[in-house]
Ligand binder design. Structure first.
Ligand code: SAH
Length: 223
């Protein structure tokens, strides 16, 4: 079956049939060619609902989990999104389809450069790239940005990095796999202001997941 047909079938059987109903998210998955973000060796499996190796002991995330995280964030066309863990760049493309701007941070330079090459070829113009430790967020981002409407962390952390919460706007949402190295909960945090004008954070546990570790100053130490 052609990749275009496999893509539509993947959306129907793994996303829509499993209650992903956000139209923008579904349309983005129908459009972005996942086969371009995996190496030749794995290409024939591009539309299985699995994580796949992208080298450096990292994986391209399972489509269903990416769709679930994007749906839980309820991303608007006007949102500025911070993505921690660019990996292959596949989720970056999906985010760029449905938001205003994506700021993506990856600690492994080779992965970031490879993702950037593919995303440029696909002509995305609303993505900004940084090599660094995303557990510290992206301070002093250029173009000048101090806060993000949505933050998506694609690697597992034992806690919520403080700086990520600081860089979330009021009314904004952050999603993060929280837990041990082997098993995590997908947690959505929302920032609001209380009656005294102070920021307050609420959280909602949205089920179990397994991600590669977030390695950085405010997450796991290098393994
Ligand atoms: N969503 C990506 C998958 C990411 S896998 C995709 O679909 O391809 C998680 C990524 O997080 C890996 O590439 C890993 O190198 C990166 N990562 C781990 N710790 C990080 C940190 N502190 N800052 C930035 N990236 C980090």
């Amino acid at each position: 079956m052609r990749f275009d047909d496999q893509r539509i079938r993947m959306v129907e059987t793994h996303l829509i049939a499993r209650n992903i109903s956000n139209k923008k998210v579904i349309d983005a998955f129908k459009k972005v060619p996942r086969e371009l973000f995996v190496s030749d060796e794995w290409r024939e499996f591009a539309y299985k609902d699995h994580p796949l190796s992208i080298g450096f002991q990292q994986t391209i995330s399972q489509p269903y989990i990416v769709a679930l995280m994007m749906s839980l964030l309820d991303i608007k066309d006007t949102d500025r999104v911070l993505e921690i863990g660019t990996g292959s760049g596949y989720q970056t493309a999906l985010l760029a389809e449905i938001s205003s701007e994506v700021f993506t941070v990856e600690r492994i330079e080779d992965l970031l450069m490879n993702a950037k090459k593919i995303l440029k070829k696909l002509e995305y113009k609303n993505i900004y790239y940084k090599i660094g430790d995303g557990s510290l967020g992206w301070e002093n981002a250029l173009p000048i940005v101090s806060e993000f409407n949505k933050i998506i962390v694609s690697a597992a952390s034992p806690k919520v990095p403080e700086k990520l919460l600081n860089q979330l706007s009021v009314g904004g949402k952050l999603i993060l796999p929280l837990g041990s190295i082997n098993n995590q909960d997908l947690v959505v945090y929302e920032k609001q202001v209380d009656s005294n004008g102070n920021d307050c954070i609420s959280s909602n546990n949205c089920g179990q997941c397994v991600f590669v570790p977030l390695i950085g100053k405010d997450a796991w130490a290098d393994l």
